[in-house]
Design a protein around this ligand. Structure first.
Ligand code: ATP
Ligand code: MG
Length: 141
């Protein structure tokens, strides 16, 4: 949303290996706590972020990408935003990829739709050959 303002501090975690998922989860958790989110909402955004980071490992070229994690506010509201990016092959049909059970790797196909249900906002920007950017936002209740 254009009205969301980011705090000056943003943390970037590079995603290149399974072990990086731990740092992604820890960073999301600590920024969610700093934004005042409760335990359940912290866990929801961490779980969503973990799925999106895993998709980078699985689908991006060389399993490489990054995530930028920051606190955001819109008026009185505070929250946490995470922007996942990779320069991989992209998603040909985003609507299809967002459906429960759609997977090009014979997996459960729940990562993207499940993530969307766990957060307040999620936008996927991708096209074949242009990489993929997924932005999630979770607000403090
Ligand atoms: N970063 C990405 N780059 C390219 N394609 C992607 C990316 N993320 C997801 N996709 C595509 O979207 C599909 C759906 O992703 P989703 O995470 O929902 O399911 P999955 O990864 O196949 O299975 P699961 O996450 O349940 O193990 C993937 O199978 C893949 O084709
Ligand atoms: Mg997945």
């Amino acid at each position: 949303m254009a009205t969301e303002l980011a705090e000056p501090r943003a943390l970037v975690v590079r995603i290149t290996a399974e072990a990086d998922l731990i740092l992604v989860r820890q960073t999301l958790r600590s920024e969610a706590i700093a934004a005042g989110l409760g335990l359940v909402d912290q866990t929801k955004v961490v779980t969503a972020g973990s799925e999106l980071a895993r998709n980078i490992l699985t689908y991006a070229t060389g399993g490489r990408g990054d995530v930028r994690i920051e606190q955001v506010h819109a008026g009185e509201r505070r929250g946490v935003r995470a922007t996942f990016h990779d320069d991989g092959p992209g998603i040909e049909d985003i609507e299809l990829a967002m459906r429960d059970g759609f997977s090009t790797r014979g997996s459960l196909g729940l990562g993207l739709p499940g993530s969307k249900r766990l957060v307040d906002e999620m936008t996927v920007t991708s096209a074949r050959g242009t990489g993929t950017t997924v932005v999630i936002v979770k607000w403090k209740r």
